[in-house]
Design a protein around this ligand. Structure first.
Ligand code: HEC
Length: 319
């Protein structure tokens, strides 16, 4: 079967599920447990990601769905095929505007931390709910905490659901109680006065210090790992200037991360400082190892450094 035919059939399969999930919407909200992708869509390996992604969707009334970040171009096509016109990201990372535009979708970017839904974000959500004339898909990274909280506020702001219903939706989305600020924002949300000025909506919010610093660190670490692949051909001394150059950029990423406001981070806070320091210390250790001209130790040091990155992501980003 050619690419196009596969795509069309998958979309039909997904659309069927979507109709089922609308039915569930009538009762308030729908969680991962009430929506199961069809077996047919699961039988294609390259659609596993899409199917898995859809299991994380939660609807907050007829025209509002929360979920995780769309995993690639096909995910945006799928959203468009299901009638979505507007995608909202509350994640700090830069939205994938190219993929959205190619699928005919617009983006609104309202980055928020794990401490709660700030007033400016809540006002932005109100504006987009008032102006959107088609289903809205709202996502964060994994789709469990920030996006459901933002969707809850959005649904409340236009009276689409009541407080009890949106809290039940967050529960079904799997929003962790550890993010007490997110729950508080929804529990205490009040619809603003009719004439309150609403912020302009933008497709990319300016300045994302944390993700930008992370991307810079990742790039530097990748370059350092790539240098190790040249181990057979060159001595470590010859490579030393490049190592130092990338290590400096890596260090800048760490300095930027040290400056990041703690209030934007998910709890538990003490572990953040500890893990950031451990990762930074390991990067400095690698710099020392480069000076000792020991390839094997440098490689092992970089592997350990990666594991310190992953440890923090596991704790703070991937849950
Ligand atoms: C102290 C915790 C911590 C450490 C240490 C850490 N990260 Fe991160 N990283 C995060 C968090 C939190 C995010 C999610 C940021 C967001 O989306 O707002 C993230 C996101 C990222 C991203 C995705 C950025 C994007 O575009 O969304 C990359 C890539 C990344 N980190 C690479 C690294 C690398 C490489 C290291 C190690 C050298 C590292 N990180 C160390 C916490 C950490």
């Amino acid at each position: 079967m050619d690419q196009h035919a596969r795509k069309v059939i998958t979309l039909i399969g997904f659309t069927g599920c979507w109709i089922l999930c609308w039915a569930a919407c009538l009762t308030g909200c729908r969680g991962p447990d009430t929506f199961k992708p069809t077996d047919r869509s699961l039988s294609w390996a390259d659609h596993d990601d899409l199917a898995l992604w859809q299991t994380g969707w939660t609807s907050f009334g007829p025209d509002l769905v929360s979920g995780g970040i769309p995993p690639g171009d096909e995910a945006f096509d799928l959203l468009a095929a299901q009638g979505f016109k507007l995608v909202v990201s509350v994640d700090g990372a830069r939205p994938n505007l190219r993929a959205a535009q190619e699928a005919g979708l617009s983006y609104v970017h309202l980055p928020m931390g794990y401490h709660g839904v700030d007033e400016s974000v809540a006002l932005g959500l109100l504006r987009l709910m008032r102006t959107a004339h088609a289903p809205v898909f709202i996502h964060c990274h994994h789709g469990r905490h920030r996006a459901p909280a933002a969707a809850a506020v959005a649904a409340l702001s236009v009276g689409q659901l009541d407080r009890q219903q949106v809290l039940a939706c967050m529960q079904r989305a799997g929003t962790s109680r550890a993010y007490a600020g997110l729950w508080r924002s929804v529990e205490s949300y009040q619809v603003p006065e009719e004439n309150v000025p609403l912020p302009e909506l933008v497709s990319v919010a300016p300045g994302h210090p944390l993700p930008d610093a992370m991307v810079a660190m990742d790039h530097a670490l990748e370059r350092l790992e790539a240098l190790c692949l040249e181990r057979e051909r060159k001595s470590l001394e010859e490579h030393s200037p490049q190592f130092q150059e990338w290590l400096v950029l890596l260090d800048e990423g760490f300095q930027e991360t040290f400056r990041y406001p703690r209030k934007n981070l998910p709890p538990p806070l003490p572990a953040w400082d500890q893990m950031l320091k451990a990762s930074h210390t390991q990067s400095k250790r690698v710099a020392d190892l480069v000076n000792l001209s020991d390839w094997e130790a440098v490689e092992a040091g970089l592997r350990h450094l990666r594991s310190t990155c992953r440890a923090c992501h596991h704790h703070y980003r991937d849950r």
